[in-house]
Structure formats: structure tokens, C-alpha cells
Design a protein around this ligand. Sequence first.
Ligand code: AMP
Length: 401
Amino acid sequence: MTEATRILVLNAGSSSVKYQLIDMVDGSRPAVGLVERIGERGGRLLHTPAGGERRESVRAFPDHWAALQAVAQELAADGLGLDSPELAAIGHRVVHGGMRFTAPTRITDEVLTEIRRLVPVAPLHNPANIIGIEVARALRPDLPQIAVFDTAFHTTIPEHAARYAIDTAVADEHRVRRYGFHGTSHQYVARATARLLGRAPEEVNVIVLHLGNGASASAVAGGVCVETSMGLTPLEGLVMGTRSGDIDPGVIFHLHRVGGLSIDEIDDLLNRRSGLLGLCGDNDMREIIRRTEAGDQAAELAFRAYVHRLRKYLGGYYAVLGHLDAVAFTAGVGENAAPVRAAATAGLEELGIAVDPELNSVRSGEPRLISPAYSRVAVAVVPTDEELEIAQQAYALVRTS
Ligand code: AMP
């Protein structure tokens, strides 16, 4: 009998579905792809089978049902259909698991109901994740479907760090607390950093800087997350591509009462028109670095504000941990933008943090150290792989249950 050793990882967003089929025996990816602009004009499916040509299909995908059916057809065309006996489970990225879901969870009707109950705290994300689950269950009702939550890794954050200093009754009624996001990435990178150092995850304290279009920091003590920068929503913390990160809540009252902006307008401003984009008109770090080097002052201010916030978190989390073994940069900016890594760590030799300019300028897709041997704290670039982490967690669950 064929052994079921493959996991299909689905990441359903509001207008897109990304997918990867991962073989857990050799780590290969027999197929990867995405569907974009679901429910919009100009939909597109990109599908790449291992060792084959990328196929592009430009057409309308009216909803997630149509998109996921098309994905199933593409996979079937390569002999990798959802009915394949090699498929062990479907692993779903679910953004918000609240306090209930602290680990990967096999999806039942009851679990789905709980994920739906969390929609009010994750209105932008959980609805799309839920549709992805519903369609996948309809297509393969007998197959284990596993939810892997972005928030799960952060459920170990101690209460004094997770609580906002507001009236407890109000906070409890509305489930207001720090949940944190990008947890799958933080978990993967913290573990991969320990591996890079040749040590067990339980032995090392790491600050993970996940710097993508969305960005977050976490402090991980011996493999356990003790603090993270995103909060009730993914708006808090670092300066991001289009999100403000930390802001005085008084700004919101001011913009509403004095500026006359509605709550929805302020929501849009802080989530989609702020951060790097708000400061200089660009949210792509490549462009900001290029403009800064060309002497553009707005781009330089955006770069400096981004780095300043990063350094505040780096210093803060160092103090939270007390002892620090490594700082790990990951995601689009963290993996690629050497100037950001250099500026974020400059002048921190007294804290035991140093970066070697030559190592920092090396371009590579591999986990690597960029600190010199004398640096007491290792500084690393560790490419994240959320899909692999989801697949590993889902596979571990189906193998043991
Ligand atoms: P992610 O959300 O992890 O896919 O990261 C996307 C972001 O990474 C983009 O918006 C860019 O700002 C940034 N990025 C990607 N490649 C580079 C690069 N070579 N240099 C600087 N920033 C980059």
C-alpha cells in the first residue's frame, strides 16, 4: 500500500489562496502555486509542478470555491490530485486561534465553530481561512484537515506581558489582550537558529525579527515565546510596509474628534496608508534603500524611523530575556536587506552584538551567521518557511493520532 507522506498546505487569504504540496519523507515540494484576485477582475492561477514548467491561467475566480476547485484540477493534471493515496492531510493556516488553540488541531465541526467564534477579533483573516477549510472538507471529507494557528506559539506569553493595562472586566468581556501573529514563522526561525548554533532549542534565548510587509518581533526563551510585538490585531509593534505599528491611542481620538475622520477611515489610514508607505510613499524596502542612496530625504526618514523602532524592540526584548544568545532576521526585508540589518545592530558592541559587514553582504537562501566570532550574541539570517512548519506540525499530528 502507498504510504501517505504528503501534506497539502493551504493559506487562504481574503482574495488569494497559496498552496504547497510537501513530501515529508524528503522535504520535496511536488507542486506549489497560488490563486490571486479571487472575486475580483483579472483573476490568475499560477501552478508550478516540481521539475516542470510554471502554468498560468488567467480567468475569473468568482469565489474561494471556484479557486480551490481549480487548484484541485491543476494538482490532478500532474497526478497529484486530492484523491491521491499519498496525501496524508491538508494543513490550513489559520490566523487567529485565540486562547483556546495552543497547538495544531484536527478540524471537527466543533473546532470550526470555535474558529468562527473568533471572527470578531480577526475580521480580516479568519473568514477567508474558514472558507478554505470548508471547501477543502467538502472536496475531501474523509481526509484529516489540520488547523495550524498563527497565534499558537504566542500563547505561552506570561499574563503580565499579554495583558493591556486597562479595566480587566472590559478586557475580558471583549477578549482584549496581546495574542501576537506570525507565530508559525517565529517558531520555525527560533528552532532553525538553535540548529544553526548547533544547540538544542531549550538551551538558547533568541530574538526573532520577522520583517516582511507585515513585521513583528518576538522574544523566545529556551524555545518558549515570552513576548511579541503584535497585539490584539497585527497592527501593533514595528513600523511595517503600510501599518503604523505602535501609536498613541490618543491619536485615534484626535483624528476622530478634531480631524473629523470616521473610525473606518482611521482603520484604513493605520492599516493601509501608514508605515513606510505613509512616511515616504513607498512600502517596498528595496525602493526605499535605492531612494535613500540617491539622497531622497523622505525615504531616508522612513528608513530611519523603521530602524529606530526595530532597535527599541531589540533593546527591550534583550532586557525581557536577561540573557541573549542570538538575534535572527527573517522574511522579505530581514532576509534580503543588508542595510536594515546593519543599521539595526550598529553600535551595540557593548551589548555583545556585532555584525561583520562582509558576512552581512553575502546573498544566500541558506541560514547563516553574520556576526564575527568574537560577538557574544550570534546574529543570524534565517529564511523562514511557514509552509514547511505547518506541514511538519500537521504531519506530526496525523502520525500520532
Ligand atoms: P514578505 O512579506 O516576507 O514577502 O516581504 C516582502 C517585502 O520584502 C517587500 O515588500 C520588500 O519590502 C522586502 N524585500 C524583498 N526583497 C528585498 C530586497 N532584496 N531588499 C530589500 N527589501 C526586500
